[in-house]
Design a protein around this ligand. Sequence first.
Ligand SMILES: Cc1ncc(COP(=O)(O)O)c(C=O)c1O
Length: 394
Amino acid sequence: MPKSVKTASRLQEVSPSGLREFFEIGAKLEAKGIDVISLGIGDLDLPLPPFLGDAIADAFATGHTHYSSNAGIYELRQAIADRYESTYNLKYTPEEVLVTCGALEGLLDIMLGHLNPGDRVLVQDPAFGYFANQAKMAGAKVELIPMTPDFDLDVIRYQKEFETNPPQMIIINSPCNPTGSVASRKNVKDIVEQARDHDTIVISDECYEFLRYDGQKHTCSAEFDYDNVIIVNSFSKAFAMTGLRLGYIIAPVHLMQPIYQVHQYNTACAPTPIQVGAMRVLSNPNAVEGIIGTHRNVLDDRRKVALECFKPIKGFKFTYEPVAGFYLFPNVNETGMTGPEFAITLLEESGVIVVPGDQFGSAYPDNIRISVGSAPPNRIREAASRISKFLKDK
Ligand SMILES: Cc1ncc(COP(=O)(O)O)c(C=O)c1O
């Protein structure tokens, strides 16, 4: 008889991803020959940019297939640090940059390196579900802080929390998944400065930094404080290389040390050929601008098509129109369904996958997230027409 399996207590508070159910239903429908449109996944269907692909292939061919330094190839860390200096006038050294297997590894390293059981962590609501679950895995007590109605960071709410019971850590994310909003510079400054005054660590997830439209500007949280801010960033989205798993953390040495320790015992290093490819791209600013510019144009076009198609749908309310990323986050309350009810019935009856708002916190149970990252304009139009028909039949 096998011994009964006891789950580690650190997983007790961690919720299994509700998305699995959707993908299973989607797979069953596809097996029956139904054409399923996925507006669910936060991935991109864009091909690997040739310059990057060639650089990675060359890295394989020239034998860059071994461990790199744990923290990442020095020249890549230097190139990342240089970019922060030229873009934000922030002077980090390569020792303050850690290359990780995607932002996700970096985020978990930070939580495991900095949180103790019972520590209080504030996470914006709505937010990418991994933040809260990873903090819980580290034993922290997570509290969700609703964003303002226009999906900015709510300064007053944070102020109240800092004054009454300063948290160990806050996690903010701009541009934001799932809202496609960009936090205002003033609010980021205010919250980062409050955190500094209360000795609270700020994790600032800036993975969608490059995917902004309509002239939106990005604010890097570290512009307002060096000592308490940890920046998390990634090559996944802007370079359309989600499966190649390359991200990075930037933090002052005193915050980096425990993160580095976890990383070292976790993965040793990020995949070396991918690091070499990224390093070659970063050392060529024209290549970077070309790749990111192309992706930004494609995604901006999809965002416009999606707004044009989804806004007129009866029962959809866009209290906010996204200006970044590749997501839309409408409220579907007027359809008479909650976000989860809407998402499940839509999938079963019309073969369109969207993600219910309850996967991103507790403040928006009547919203859904629509991702256009893997849906070209013709699929967006087809999805919108299926949704209109689905709602007419209700
Ligand atoms: C806000 C945010 N952070 C991090 C990630 C994960 O990025 P990576 O692929 O680099 O692990 C995602 C992916 O959807 C995200 O939306």
